[in-house]
Design a protein around this ligand. Structure first.
Ligand SMILES: NC(=O)c1ccc[n+]([C@@H]2O[C@H](COP(=O)([O-])OP(=O)(O)OC[C@H]3O[C@@H](n4cnc5c(N)ncnc54)[C@H](O)[C@@H]3O)[C@@H](O)[C@H]2O)c1
Length: 345
């Protein structure tokens, strides 16, 4: 494969699919071949707009010998189903976040990719911002001292129209959850990538403002296995929507990542850095997404395929955020603390 283009097919031509297309079209070694959607009109519209073959027949696309990788960009509850089909057809697989909405299906996808010796990457593009790479660098340098708390605040706003814009949004069956599973997962993944694994969680989630089956507000208190504590607050009902924030506190310093930039670095004995105004970015509009971190994540996945290694956000890595989110739901439902790893999920 080394001198040849790596050829992609994308399934799903909704809101976020355009970012995948734009990212893949920027990568020299990639050829985006086919786009697929169950709705013919949508598949044709994207095919014509981006000059791609289009189809409504997913089985045909995954069995096309001219395609090496399938990107799954459909409602969250279908990620594993379509990903497993692609893996069984011998294709490498990229799925959007969350990896899926149940651990059973996430595990089945991870297993199918392993069995078929194909690569699985899960989109979590925030990990690939320069600013986030800087957060990892500072935390790993030890300059914050002992890290004692890590928090994620995702106080966003999604209108009733947003939920009505796709039949699957806000449903238990296809969205699997709300402010935590759909929106919060980005920052929950970041929090775990900095703070490590979770020992236990106690939480409360509710639906207070939208006509949906899933939560639009909630909070969780976390104990990490490192001994550090953490708070996660997530909502899609907080007008006008604030920039999401990750706050990492140590005995010798604090770093705040807000709205995808570094907002504050204050380390004992060093000059502090503070940024005044931070854009709200995705806080009120899900289409307000930067394509460059997608390009970087795809580049990492392409290198992983060539080097026969796991991508940075592998299936196993992405599963961690899903497990924590399900533990948050379970704790709220049982009204008591829940220990990880989850059993019988
Ligand atoms: N990484 C991010 O920042 C980000 C942002 C938004 C959405 N997402 C994720 O992307 C996924 C898609 O979200 P969206 O907002 O683009 O949804 P959407 O509703 O706008 O688009 C989904 C598309 O999938 C198609 N589809 C549904 N079932 C299908 C099937 N069986 N076969 C083929 N096509 C099918 C629909 O017709 C629709 O065109 C979700 O999992 C969501 O969580 C990620």
């Amino acid at each position: 494969m080394s001198n040849e283009k790596i050829r992609f097919g994308i399934v799903g031509t909704g809101v976020i699919s355009a970012f995948h297309i734009k990212a893949l079209q920027q990568i020299e070694e990639v050829e985006l071949v086919t786009i697929c959607d169950i709705v013919e009109e949508k598949a044709k519209q994207y095919g014509d707009k981006y000059n791609l073959d289009w189809t409504t027949n997913y089985d045909k696309m995954i069995n096309d010998q001219n395609i090496d990788v399938i990107s799954v960009v459909v409602p969250s509850g279908l990620h594993a189903d379509l990903g497993i089909k692609a893996a069984n057809a011998g294709k490498h697989v990229v799925v959007e976040k969350p990896i899926d909405i149940t651990l059973e299906k996430a595990d089945a996808l991870i297993e199918a990719c392993k069995k078929n010796i194909v690569t699985l990457g899960v989109i979590s593009q925030l990990r690939f911002y320069d600013s986030m790479l800087k957060v990892y660098e500072i935390v790993n340098s030890g300059k914050l001292g002992k890290v004692i708390q890590g928090d994620a605040y995702i106080k966003w706003y999604r209108s009733e129209e947003y939920y009505r814009s796709g039949g699957w949004r806000g449903t238990k069956k296809m969205d699997g959850g709300g402010a935590f599973m759909n929106q919060g997962v980005h920052y929950i993944d970041l929090l775990l990538s900095v703070m490590g694994s979770v020992k236990s969680v106690i939480s409360k989630v509710k639906t207070v403002a939208r006509n949906i089956e899933v939560e639009d507000i909630g909070m969780a208190m976390i104990e990490f296995n490192s001994g550090a504590l953490g708070v996660i607050q997530a909502s899609t009902a907080m007008y006008p929507g604030l920039p999401a924030r990750l706050e990492i506190h140590g005995t010798k310093g604090t770093i705040i990542f807000e709205g995808e930039v570094i907002k504050l670095v204050d380390i004992e004995g060093e000059e502090s850095y503070q940024k005044e105004n931070v854009d709200a970015k995705g806080a009120a509009n899900p289409s307000n997404i930067d394509v460059s971190p997608y390009v970087r994540e795809y580049n990492d996945i392409l290198s992983a395929i060539k080097e026969n290694r796991e991508p940075k956000v592998s299936g196993t890595e992405a599963r961690k955020a899903l497990e924590l989110i399900l533990a948050i739901y379970k704790s709220s439902e049982l009204n008591k603390a829940v220990e990880l790893p989850l059993r019988n999920e």
